[in-house]
Design a protein around this ligand. Structure first.
Ligand SMILES: Cc1ncc(COP(=O)(O)O)c(C=O)c1O
Length: 375
């Protein structure tokens, strides 16, 4: 993409559909888990389907990390499952002792999150409670292309994955059961891909592809309301099945090249922003096997900085505004991270020019917002 091109289309935000992505034979770089996997439309649909399969509802409790997004809590809320939280602190490392202390006789499920593409280490997971009455769910929604995401063994009896945050697919969600775990008591029926979700996302990603090709990305009003309407549909209604189209795209993805480009972009951007006054990297390291979601940073006056990035057409998401159920007074480290976090885009659509532009713009935005001290 040319320098002029990325300024008009913007950097970040939703992927446009790539019409060539579902043509031709599978590349063999992606293997759908043949058994023990159920494809659903989103990560939250996969969590919801698991809760239904386990028969969880009113009177049951689930234990989640205190740093989590509203979309991950929504399926519990919707089914009347009460949520408790355990500490992960500013480093996002789960505190096993704190989690153990918060398990109650009504706790039925414990969730861990692999944040920003960085899988949690075995040692960290081994400190988490191992209660045979509590089902363990690993959330890999932010880390679907990182090493181990589809591994048959692991800490949790179940894991949830989704790919639409890192590649261009209209819908994607997967619930996997560890092969040594017996099937849940119920297998809730799944509707066909829903027009309200899949249909809108397919249309939105197609319109964006047209807008990018013909008009260099403008105008956003052409497709953005459809993405937003699809999000609302994801929160409501019976979860639908994942489409064959998305699975076809996944099987044709150049996974190795995508991971490599994301890692190169991460390293370049991390180097360029690491010395900026007032910017702190959440993860200065990039271990082997990590496919980063983005480059998460902390800045003071975050909302002002974000507004300046948007004016420069850099659409950097915030992960996350915490759900209302998380008590900020009980989890101050998580609350302050949530107030300061921005995830800078490093995805495979971009290269060195865009990363340098993001770094320059961020430096300027932080300076102008007067956030030059360490956050
Ligand atoms: C960690 C995590 N879990 C679950 C979800 C829900 O995924 P989806 O948006 O596919 O429903 C998200 C969404 O951002 C997430 O980041």
């Amino acid at each position: 993409m040319s320098a002029a091109g990325f300024r008009r289309e913007g950097i970040g935000s939703h992927f446009p559909l790539d019409p060539g992505a579902f043509i031709g034979p599978p590349r063999g770089e992606f293997h759908w888990p043949a058994s023990h996997g159920v494809g659903l439309e989103t990560g939250r649909a996969a969590i919801g389907w698991l809760l239904d399969a386990l028969g969880l509802g009113h009177g049951d409790r689930a234990l989640l990390p205190a740093y989590v997004c509203d979309a991950a809590v929504a399926p519990f809320r919707r089914r009347g499952v009460a949520v408790d939280f355990y500490r992960v602190g500013a480093t996002l490392e789960p505190d096993g002792d704190d989690a153990g202390a918060r398990i109650t006789p009504a706790t039925r499920l414990l969730m861990v999150v692999h944040y920003f593409g960085f899988p949690l280490g075995r040692e960290v997971l081994s400190r988490m409670p191992q209660n045979p009455d509590v089902v363990r769910l690993e959330d890999w929604v932010q880390s679907p292309l990182s090493a181990g995401a589809l591994a048959p063994e692991g800490f949790g009896e179940y894991r949830v994955i989704a790919w639409h945050k890192v590649v261009s697919v209209p819908d994607s969600g997967l619930l996997i059961r560890r092969p040594d775990v017996s099937a849940p008591p119920m297998l809730p029926p799944l509707s066909f891909p829903r027009a309200a979700f899949f249909g809108r996302r397919l249309l939105a990603t197609s319109l964006k592809a047209v807008a990018v090709t013909l008009f260099d990305g403008a105008p956003r009003g052409f497709y953005r309301p459809l993405f937003e309407a699809a999000e609302r549909a994801a929160d409501a209604g019976v979860p639908g099945r994942m489409s064959c189209l998305s699975r076809r795209i996944l099987e044709r993805l150049p996974v190795g090249a995508i991971v490599m480009r994301r890692r190169e972009n991460f390293l370049r951007l991390a180097k360029a922003v690491s010395d900026l006054p007032g910017v702190t990297l959440l993860r200065p390291d990039l271990p082997a096997g990590v496919c980063p979601l983005g480059l998460p940073v902390r800045v003071r006056h975050r909302d002002g900085v974000l507004a300046r990035l948007i004016r420069a057409r850099i659409y950097a998401p915030v992960h996350w505004v915490l759900p209302a159920e998380v008590d900020r007074a009980v989890f101050p480290a998580e609350a302050s991270l949530s107030d300061e976090e921005i995830t800078l885009p490093v995805d495979q659509r971009y290269g060195a020019d865009e990363m340098d532009f993001v770094a320059r713009t961020l430096g300027e935005a932080v300076k102008r917002e007067g956030g030059g001290g360490a956050p």
